[in-house]
Ligand binder design. Structure first.
Ligand SMILES: [Zn+2]
Length: 386
């Protein structure tokens, strides 16, 4: 089975080749072929995303699908900049995206049985990660914004590869596009067919790389060839390994526990060490501030959080002289002084000394993909006791 990958200009060429090389590594029935660059019909509307939440949510699937699905700017592969809201994006209809694949098929006389995937940074009307046409042979996959879901992931080839395989499998295990929409799991179970109405749920299924029992039954019911399924599973597993265990594994495994004892001013890392890191009041006050601010803070804007810092400091320090406390925090917040950097680096060192450089990365206050400073770990694993 031949799968043609084509792209629009906005999906960088080097990523395209890297993706292709990755998918070709597993020899099997699925053969991936690199196609040419195509241009979309300049027929789009604008959508204003007022806030991040809306941007990260997929527009709901309709159980009743009409025969037609009615219903950006490019990203660079360098540093991913987190969008600021409200955000205005060009939105293309599914038909427009799929037409690009159809036209390519016709012009290049691609056999009817081959699949064509359009890889594009263009946003689609339903805000989905990918889509399929009614004959189950033409597809699109969205290539931008992956770093929103996988922090620090500047080259999103693995999630894109995952999406391609997921759509290939769906096209084999279901008879129609409508059947796919009916079948997808609205509640995420960590399966390839989780719908992910909250787009962040994509992280779970890519980390498990799994196909649930219900889907496995459907795969058998629809006679998907076992070697083909095997090839897909092997690649999915490889993607999972890359997402979990690449050299950046710390970045992805952010579900590590952190316990903070405020009275002892100690940080405990139960997943990594028996020892703890002891911070001084100023360090801990700063650390707590960055824990509260999940999206991070630019270092020159720490000053905007002076009141919070002072409050944290008061709570921890046991210091009784208000002027002294104020002076300490003033100095810490002053971006022209070096106090903030020194304090950050002391915290960094204390954590590294306990759990080592690699694991420390997700606990220390460092530059995030969005150019703010922050702490990577999932806050739901943080426990603070007085
Ligand atoms: Zn499933």
């Amino acid at each position: 089975m031949t799968i043609h990958l084509i792209r629009t200009e906005g999906f960088p060429e080097d990523q395209f080749h890297e993706l292709l090389a990755f998918l070709r590594k597993q020899v099997g029935i699925l053969q991936f072929v690199g196609g040419k660059t195509v241009t979309l019909n300049p027929d789009y509307t604008y959508h204003i995303f007022l806030e991040e939440k809306a941007y990260e949510t997929q527009f709901k699937p309709r159980k009743q699908i009409n025969s037609h699905f009615k219903a950006s700017e490019s990203s660079s592969d360098a540093i991913y900049e987190k969008p600021t809201f409200p955000l205005r994006k060009r939105i293309y209809s599914w038909e427009n995206l799929l037409n690009a694949a159809r036209a390519y098929r016709q012009f290049n006389q691609v056999p009817d049985s081959d699949l064509i995937f359009l890889l594009t940074d263009a946003h689609n009307t339903k805000n989905w990660f990918g889509g399929i046409d009614e004959n189950m042979k033409n597809f699109f996959v969205h290539t931008a914004d992956w770093p929103l879901f996988f922090r620090l992931l500047n080259k999103p080839i693995y999630p894109i590869a995952y999406e391609i395989l997921a759509w290939v499998l769906r096209s084999l295990m279901f008879k129609s596009r409508e059947e796919i929409i009916d079948f997808v799991h609205d509640e995420p179970v960590g399966c390839i067919n989780d719908f992910c109405s909250d787009k962040k749920q994509i992280i779970l299924k890519m980390r498990t790389g799994d196909i649930c029992d219900e889907c496995m039954d459907q795969i058998i019911y629809n006679d998907v060839s076992p070697p083909l399924l095997r090839q897909i599973q092997v690649i999915l597993n490889e993607i999972r390994q890359h997402i979990l265990f690449s050299s950046n594994r710390n970045v992805y495994l952010t579900s590590s526990r952190l316990r903070i004892d405020l009275s002892k001013r100690k940080l405990y890392f139960p997943d990594y060490a028996q020892e703890e890191a002891k911070l001084n009041p100023k360090e801990l006050a700063l650390y707590l501030l960055f824990l509260e601010q999940t999206n991070g803070i630019a270092l020159n804007q720490v000053i905007d959080f002076k009141a919070e810092l002072l409050e944290n400091y008061k709570q921890i320090s046991g210091q009784i002289k208000p002027e002294k406390m104020q002076a300490t925090i003033d100095l810490l917040c002053d971006y022209r002084e070096n106090e903030l950097n020194i304090t950050l680096s002391r915290i960094r060192k204390k954590i590294k000394d306990v759990i080592g450089k690699e694991f420390a990365k997700k606990y220390t206050i460092d530059l995030l993909a969005n150019n703010q400073h922050g702490i990577l770990i999932d806050r739901e694993f943080v426990e603070i006791s007085a």
